[in-house]
Design a protein around this ligand. Structure first.
Ligand code: FMN
Length: 218
């Protein structure tokens, strides 16, 4: 991916360059683009095609600010200390990991400044289980890829869930509806680039757990 084309709309190029874009300009994003992103979300697979997803578009600065308080609280209490004591993940150099930390801190301070949020929700009743998310995260990923294809930046965020009840009360979600992700969307300050991941050979096996998938070494 060293020579990737940043304007390509080929789906493989898009997937390979959809990094978390945490530094966003506060400039408004046209509703026509948000609509395209939402349409991409609603194309996704979902259990039984029941389409229990609901998408809350948030532009109101007061709501964003109030939710961002919980996003930051979760960073100060849990996420920040965890980041500071963890090693770089596969495919990331220590320098790149330090850059990620600083971007994560930036988003923590500026979460509410993203001009538009899409809060991905599910009408999942009073007892959501592990399978519930499977009916909303495909839509979330479609929206992330659509955002990238439109030249906009976003990051899949779930940190507000550490203060789920408080954040959802601010968002005004009715009973039986839960949030699964907040996508802060805006024009990126930086450039898109290749994602950093470890080698496939470390994570793919054939027939027996731990046995290499020979096609990867051909
Ligand atoms: C379930 C999930 C929750 C995440 N929550 C957050 C979050 O709250 N804040 C954040 O800055 N990034 C969040 N991320 C983004 C990841 O940190 C990011 O995808 C990962 O570090 C890989 O970096 P990349 O997307 O730039 O390739 C989340 C990603 C996933 C899949």
């Amino acid at each position: 991916m060293a020579n990737f084309n940043p304007t390509s709309t080929d789906v493989f190029d898009i997937m390979a360059t959809t990094r978390s874009m945490r530094r966003l300009k506060p400039d408004p994003v046209p509703d026509a683009l948000i609509r395209k992103i939402l349409e991409a979300g609603a194309c996704a697979a979902n259990g039984g095609n029941t389409q229990k997803w609901r998408f809350l578009v948030v532009k109101d600065p007061a709501i964003k600010k109030a939710v961002a308080v919980y996003y930051k609280k979760a960073f100060d209490e849990v996420v920040g200390p965890r980041y500071r004591s963890s090693a770089p993940p596969p495919g990331a150099t220590p320098e790149r990991y330090v850059r990620q930390h600083s971007a994560v801190e930036y988003l923590t301070e500026h979460f509410h400044e993203a001009p538009v949020w899409i809060v991905a929700c599910l009408e999942d009743g009073s007892n959501p289980n592990r399978g519930s998310g499977a009916s909303i995260y495909p839509a979330v990923q479609n929206m992330i890829l659509a955002t990238r294809a439109l030249g906009l930046g976003t990051t899949l965020t779930t940190r507000h869930l550490l203060h789920e009840k408080d954040a959802e009360a601010v968002l005004g979600l009715p009973p039986g509806v839960h949030s699964y992700a907040i996508l802060p969307i805006g024009y990126p300050m930086g450039n898109f680039g290749p994602v950093g991941r470890g080698p496939l050979a470390d994570i793919v096996f054939q027939d027996k757990w731990g046995a290499p998938y020979p096609a990867l070494s051909r």
